[in-house]
Structure formats: structure tokens, C-alpha cells
Design a protein around this ligand. Structure first.
Ligand code: ADP
Ligand code: MG
Length: 495
């Protein structure tokens, strides 16, 4: 279907002829002799074209047109007139008609004029679509949302079977579908191949195959192809120049969205780095006075003990504990802000995990948490930075403990994934869990839901795992618990 047409004429014979001709052009036709029915239809449905007879009662074609344009201002209206006087035509055009046709129709005049009106209509609708995308781009939408909208619009504008945007990974890995739409699952191999071609050539390419044509336009950011917009057309003839250009325009909009997202993330990391430097300075300045405070409180406690002042001694202990907490926080912040590098040495991860559990033994005991350890025998010795990795695991374990009420259970496992060449460490708790929105943010530095939290634990853990070339994944269910899975690659292992 190339569009919907509305035909109004009080002459039934003309109505039949016009309907037939329009249908053979591929249009879906609503035909009526009654102008008020026509207006009703216009209010209910979307039309791409209207043909009105000039001489009708009680409402003539021009009056009908004026009301129709009130309902759909962009509707191309063709006025049919048997009395083809110039005045009638001029009047109709002045009041907003797209064109006029003289009855009886000569040759393929009807066809030509209808096609011209439809082309004009398409252009107008594409302009509308581009304006809508422009507005979306200037709003602060998420990249995914914008790309989804562009895919949807491209699908409508090109009348394709399917459409997708593929983006290259940042580290040069393969193409990834960011957004896709279509009636059936898209043939991903063909999309990928055509997208890759368009990116290599830095211009739109098409590929004909048994099911139709695949057309791709590259997404260009600073003269680099960062991805492609691809459509699947179910037809045999190659895409027109106009179609290629249209796709290229949509692709350039998608490219702008990608560039905006990249710049935003660059800005964010710049701001974070500055924030990190500042906090590091503040933390550094706090370190020495805190050390002093700790010392004084210990001395004070000793002296009060000697005087057998139990109440005073208890207070001194409380001060010492509060100072400890502050020192921990300061350490966490300075660690986070420090430029990161790792110093690997051969180490068994079991030992690291055991050391971490040892460090939190008192908390585990206090909360009566049951620890279930499971370490596979065949986990190989790994080249890791023990100190950093311990910090990462400790943060994960502490989060697990903090998420649980008394009597929860903490699972700590290490497995050797031989095929993948990875060690998989899982830290699972039966704590309060988290929803999707929270889970999305836990790696953000300074993001915390705890009154005394620093919000750095997960950020530190992630950056340590990243430095080891590993991955960290979090699965969680509210009320049931959280499971954090770390995968460390063993590529550097010798033998
Ligand atoms: P902090 O522990 O100081 O809050 P983190 O970076 O360690 O900072 O964690 C950030 C947030 O992630 C926590 O405040 C908490 O809301 C959530 N979180 C992390 N681990 C878990 C977990 N095991 N169970 C539930 N929530 C968690
Ligand atoms: Mg934490």
C-alpha cells in the first residue's frame, strides 16, 4: 500500500472510474458521494491524498476542501472539474488546492497528477519526521531512546520490512545492534555484512538478494564510520537515489546522537577526574590529624583504665571506633583517586578470598551469617595484583554482609572455566537485593543508598577487575539476594 486516498463526487460513474484508477496505482480508496461522510472519514483516519469534485450540493468541492484542510492541514487536495475554466482552477488553487484536473480525464493525466501529489506528500511527511527527530536530538534523551525513534521513523519513511542501527564497539570489536524494528526477526548476518560494507566505503551501499534488497548508510562521526543504519526492503528493484539520500539523512541524525553521547561521557569522566583530585587532596589532609586522634584516644583509654573509670574508658573506645571508620573512608577515597596500575604476581585466588573473610570475621560472627565456601581444586595460580584484588573482593563481601539481616548466608565460590580460560569468582548473599534502576547505578562513584556509605566500593571493585581485563556482573532480586560474578581471564598465565 503506497497510501490512502479519499474521493468525493456526486456522479457515481466518475466515482467508480477514479476509484479503479487509483486502486491500480496501489492506493487504498475511500469513495463517497456525500461530503459530510467524507469529513467524518477525515476525522477518523489518516489520508495521503484527496480528490474532490468541484460542483456538488449542498457543499461544493472548494468548501469541502477548506474544511478538510482544517482537519489535515498537509493533505494534498486535487479538485476535479468538468467546467475547466481558468477562474475555477485559480480559485481552487488560491484556497489551498494542490492541483486541479479537468474532466473527462485525458490520457494518463489523472495518474501523473496523483503521483505528483503523493510525492509531494511524502516529502512533506519526511520533513515532519526529520523535524521530530531534530527535536528529539536537542532534548536530552538517552542514546538508546533516540536511536529507537530514528529506527522507527526510518521504517515508516522507507516502508521497509525491518530496520536496525548497528554500532561498532569502542575497542574495535564487532558490530552490535543498538536498536531494531521489524515484523520478523531480522537476518542479522546480512545486516551485519551490508553495514560493514557501508562503513568500509563510508557511503551507502545496497545488496540485492533472493528476499529483496538490503540498504545501509554509514554513521559518520568526525570522518570515522562508527556504525550503520540498515533497512531490509522486500522488493526486487534497487533503491532510488532519493531513498539512498533519505537513509543517509536519517543516518546522519543517528550519528549526531552518537557523537553527543560520546561527548557527554567524556565530559562526565573529566568532571569525575577533577572531583577525584579534589577529594584526594581533602582526604590526604585528613589523614595525619586522624592518625593523631587515634593515638590520643588510645592513650586516653589507657589512662582512664588505670584510674578504673569504666564509663570514661567506654567513651574513649567509642571515639577510637569512630576515628577508625573515618580512616577507612579516607583510605577508600585516596585509593579511588590514585592513578591506577597493577603489579601482578602469581597468586591463588582462594587465599585472597580467605584473607578477606578473615578480615570481616567479627562482623560475620556478630550478624550470625553462615558462610558457604566452595573453591574448585583445579583453579590455577593466577597472575594478579593481590593487594588490589583483595580490596575488590573485600568490598563485594562487605556489601553482601551489609545487605543482610542477622542469620543470612554468604556464598563464596571460585571455579575454573577451562574452555573460556577464566576464573569465575561468585559472591552471593541472601540479603535485601535491588531493583533494576538501583542496579544500573551501583558502579557510579559516590553512589550509595547507605547512611554512612561512600559509594566507592563497587566503583573500586570494577576498576580493579577492569585493570585485570576481567568482567563483573551483578544479578539481584529484591528480597531474595544478590550475586556478584567476577570473571578473570588467564591469558597471561605461563604454563
Ligand atoms: P557503599 O557500600 O558505600 O554504599 P558501594 O559502591 O559498595 O558503596 O555500593 C553502592 C550501592 O550499591 C550500595 O549503597 C547498595 O545500595 C548497592 N549494593 C551494592 N552491593 C549490594 C548487595 N550485595 N546487595 C544490595 N545492594 C547492594
Ligand atoms: Mg560498599
Amino acid at each position: 500500500m503506497i497510501g490512502r486516498a479519499l474521493v468525493v463526487d456526486d456522479d457515481r460513474h466518475i466515482l467508480e472510474v477514479v476509484t479503479f484508477r487509483l486502486q491500480s496505482l496501489g492506493l487504498e480508496v475511500t469513495a463517497t458521494g456525500d461530503p459530510s461522510k467524507a469529513l467524518q472519514a477525515l476525522r477518523k483516519e489518516r489520508f495521503d491524498l484527496a480528490l474532490f469534485d468541484l460542483r456538488m450540493t449542498p457543499m461544493d468541492g472548494i468548501e469541502l476542501m477548506v474544511e478538510a484542510l482544517d482537519i489535515i492541514p498537509t493533505l494534498p487536495v486535487l479538485i476535479m472539474t468538468a467546467h475547466g475554466t481558468i477562474e475555477n482552477a485559480v480559485q481552487a488553487m488560491q484556497r489551498g488546492a494542490f492541483d486541479y484536473i479537468v474532466k473527462p480525464f485525458r490520457g494518463d493525466e489523472l495518474t501523473t497528477r496523483v503521483q505528483r501529489a503523493l510525492a509531494d506528500r511524502r516529502l512533506a511527511r519526511n520533513l515532519e519526521r526529520l523535524q521530530a527527530i531534530g527535536r528529539l536530538l536537542s532534548s536530552t534523551g538517552r542514546l538508546e531512546t533516540i536511536l529507537e525513534a530514528i529506527v522507527q521513523t526510518t521504517l515508516e519513511a522507507t516502508e521497509a520490512e525491518g530496520c536496525a542501527i548497528l554500532l561498532a564497539g569502542e575497542k574495535g570489536e564487532g558490530l552490535r545492534a543498538m536498536a531494531s524494528h521489524g515484523a520478523t526477526p531480522l537476518p542479522s548476518e546480512r545486516l551485519h555484512a551490508t553495514a560493514a560494507q557501508a562503513m568500509a566505503k563510508k557511503e551507502s551501499v545496497s545488496q540485492e538478494h533472493e528476499a529483496g534488497v538490503t540498504l545501509a548508510a554509514p554513521l559518520m562521526v568526525e570522518q570515522e564510520a562508527v556504525g550503520a543504519l540498515v533497512v531490509e526492503l522486500s522488493r526486487r528493484y534497487p533503491p532510488s537515489q532519493e531513498e539512498r539520500e533519505l537513509l543517509q539523512v536519517f543516518a546522519s541524525h543517528a550519528a549526531v546522537a552518537v557523537r553527543n553521547a560520546q561527548e557527554l561521557s567524556r565530559l562526565r569522566s573529566g568532571a569525575l577526574a577533577a572531583l577525584g583530585r579534589m577529594t584526594a587532596q581533602v582526604a590526604h589532609d585528613l589523614k595525619n590529624p586522624l592518625g593523631g586522634l587515634k593515638l590520643y584516644s588510645l592513650t586516653l583509654e589507657k589512662r582512664l583504665k588505670a584510674r578504673r573509670d569504666a564509663k570514661g574508658q567506654e567513651l574513649a573506645q567509642k571515639i577510637a571506633m569512630a576515628v577508625d571508620h573515618l580512616s577507612d573512608t579516607v583510605t577508600e577515597i585516596t585509593t579511588f583517586a590514585r592513578p591506577r596500575e597493577i603489579h601482578p604476581s602469581a597468586m591463588k585466588v582462594h587465599l585472597l578470598l580467605d584473607e578477606c573473610l578473615q578480615l570481616v570475621a567479627d562482623r560475620i560472627e556478630m550478624k550470625q551469617i553462615e558462610v558457604a565456601r566452595h573453591y574448585d581444586e583445579d583453579v590455577p595460580v593466577a597472575l594478579v595484583d593481590a593487594r588490589e584484588l583483595k580490596r575488590a573482593f573485600l568490598n563485594l563481601i562487605i556489601n553482601g554482609i551489609e545487605a543482610m539481616e542477622e542469620g543470612g548466608s554468604l556464598g563464596v565460590t571460585a571455579r575454573w572455566e577451562k574452555e573460556a580460560g577464566e576464573i569465575e569468582i561468585t559472591i552471593a548473599d541472601t540479603g535485601k537485593g535491588m531493583g533494576a534502576a538501583l542496579r544500573e547505578r551501583i558502579f557510579e562513584p559516590f553512589f550509595t543508598t547507605k547512611e554512612n556509605g561512600t559509594g566507592l566500593g563497587m566503583a573500586i571493585a570494577k576498576s580493579v577487575i577492569d585493570l585485570h581485563g576481567g568482567r563483573i556482573e551483578v544479578e539481584s532480586q529484591i528480597g531474595r539476594g544478590t550475586s556478584v560474578r567476577v570473571r578473570l581471564p588467564m591469558k597471561e598465565r605461563n604454563g
